[in-house]
Ligand binder design. Structure first.
Ligand code: IMP
Ligand code: MG
Length: 177
């Protein structure tokens, strides 16, 4: 185990099982209806790479790199570093995210895609941390609901580190306090 990890929350085998069961649900729900899978960079990359290979149907993939920020007097805006390439107009969209925390990022990305005339926008997240939720965002697919702890690994980072860990662990608070 990495020295900065306090404990392992989800091991590699458990992640695999979670990914497999989400893939089955997506296959069943979309039932050969084509959709566009849009990953939110960078955190979702590992999850999405595994998930897409378990879904046995036709779909295209794209990525968006964005994060939400709170302006002094605003309720939060979306800063897009890299927008999607594809035309989502009239298309069914499945957003793939690593973890939903306040929900602000996803609320903005969902709105952004609806403004581009997406037909439907669903959310698939590996982790849900509902304790810190600030907006009404309800993921359609959730791998695991987690307590209010800071987790890293399997794509999730702290200061761009730990994304390469094959498991998801609770980061030792001494690293960030
Ligand atoms: P929010 O839902 O807008 O608050 O932002 C969610 C984003 O915050 C996620 O996509 C992650 O990038 C990041 N985040 C939230 N909680 C954690 C965590 O426990 N570990 C790593 N990243 C996190
Ligand atoms: Mg993220």
């Amino acid at each position: 185990m990495h020295k900065d990890i306090e404990s392992i929350l989800v091991c590699e085998k458990e992640i695999e099982n979670i990914v497999n069961s989400i893939a089955k649900l997506i296959e069943k729900d979309y039932n050969c209806r084509e959709f566009i899978m849009i990953g939110i960079l960078k955190g979702s990359m590992t999850f999405m790479a595994d998930l897409m290979r378990k879904i046995n149907m036709d779909f295209s993939v794209d990525f968006i790199s964005a994060s939400s920020y709170q302006g002094a007097y605003s309720t939060g805006n979306l800063e897009i570093y890299r927008d999607i390439d594809c035309d989502v107009s009239g298309k069914d969209i499945l957003i793939v995210e690593d973890i939903v925390d306040t929900g602000v990022t996803l609320e903005h990305i969902k709105k952004h895609l609806i403004e581009k005339n997406a037909k439907s926008v669903k959310i698939c997240t590996l982790f849900d941390k509902p304790a810190e939720r600030k907006v009404d965002i309800f993921p359609d697919y959730t791998g695991l609901t987690v307590p209010d702890v800071f987790i890293v690994g399997y794509g999730l980072d702290y200061n761009e580190l730990y994304r390469n860990l094959p498991y998801v662990g609770i980061l030792n608070p001494s690293v960030y306090t």
